[in-house]
Design a protein around this ligand. Structure first.
Ligand SMILES: [Ca+2]
Length: 190
């Protein structure tokens, strides 16, 4: 009990006391430092606000509205009819963050509604956009397929957009089950 009291007292009063009280050997404790570990990457989608320039006829909260893009349910989808070639989906964040990967998921049916050509772009003012990734003639291999795309990006952006410039079936409807953004805290940013 006496030993414990002395230790607490030493901790409270700091080095001065340790220096003057003749630090007893048995009170010295050593701790092994744990090896440095990478922090796990984070899905930051839920921290963002989704918006689109063309929404489902039932609105963003509709059964196939734009909120279904980011509801983390791969069985729900966003659908527009008709598809427009300047369609974009945007995730806006309260502050800049450097996205290191994104995930797209094809919907449950009708392959011709899949995106085929797209760009992921980033911006801090919604006027100047930097292209972070481009895909041309991409083909989702199956329905409800979740595909991850890693990108080389060290810049922090408040706004990310997915510009979908073509769909697999040409003109017609567009649909996508999910769009998610990934942040890797271990990656160095500019
Ligand atoms: Ca969904």
């Amino acid at each position: 009990m006496k030993k414990r009291t002395k230790l607490i007292y030493a901790l409270m009063t700091g080095c001065m006391l340790i220096a003057t009280s003749g630090c007893e050997k048995e009170e010295v404790r050593q701790y092994e430092l744990l090896p440095e570990q990478d922090e796990p990457e984070m899905d930051i989608t839920s921290s963002g606000t989704i918006s689109v320039n063309f929404d489902n006829a039932s609105g963003p909260s509709g059964n196939e509205g734009s909120l279904k893009l980011v509801d983390n349910d791969y069985n729900s989808k966003f659908l527009i009819n008709p598809y427009r070639e300047n369609l974009f989906m945007q995730l806006g964040f309260p502050g800049g963050i450097a996205v290191s990967a994104y995930v797209l998921a094809s919907a449950n049916d009708a392959q011709d509604r899949d995106p085929k050509n797209w760009q992921l772009v980033g911006s801090n003012d919604m006027e100047n956009w930097t292209v972070l990734d481009s895909k041309t003639d991409y083909m989702f291999a199956s329905r409800l397929q979740k595909v991850r795309f890693d990108i080389e990006n060290a810049n922090q952006y408040r706004y990310y957009r997915l510009n979908v410039s073509a769909i697999r079936g040409g003109t017609g409807l567009f649909q996508m089950a999910e769009w998610r953004l990934i942040y890797d805290p271990n990656r160095k940013t500019d």
